[in-house]
Write a protein that binds this ligand. Structure first.
Ligand SMILES: [Zn+2]
Length: 70
């Protein structure tokens, strides 16, 4: 199961959807791309999808990530 990873429009904060403030997490579930939380006003940018590790489909992507991160 993929996890969504949101980045703050302001600043460089990046959080898993489940780690967003409760109000933002609820809002995020109704959006597929960038949104502004109607509760607290925080703006979040389109999510990255974080693939589970050790998945055959992502082997090449993970390989590239390892090289980039090393
Ligand atoms: Zn919020």
């Amino acid at each position: 199961m993929n996890r969504r990873f949101w980045t703050a429009a302001l600043g460089e904060e990046a959080l898993y959807e489940e780690d967003l403030p409760d109000c933002c997490e609820r809002s995020a579930k109704s959006f597929d791309s960038s949104f502004e939380c109607p509760v607290c006003g925080a703006a979040w940018q389109a999510p990255l999808y974080v693939e589970p590790e050790e998945c055959a489909f992502t082997e090449r992507a993970n390989d590239a990530q390892r090289k980039g991160a090393a």
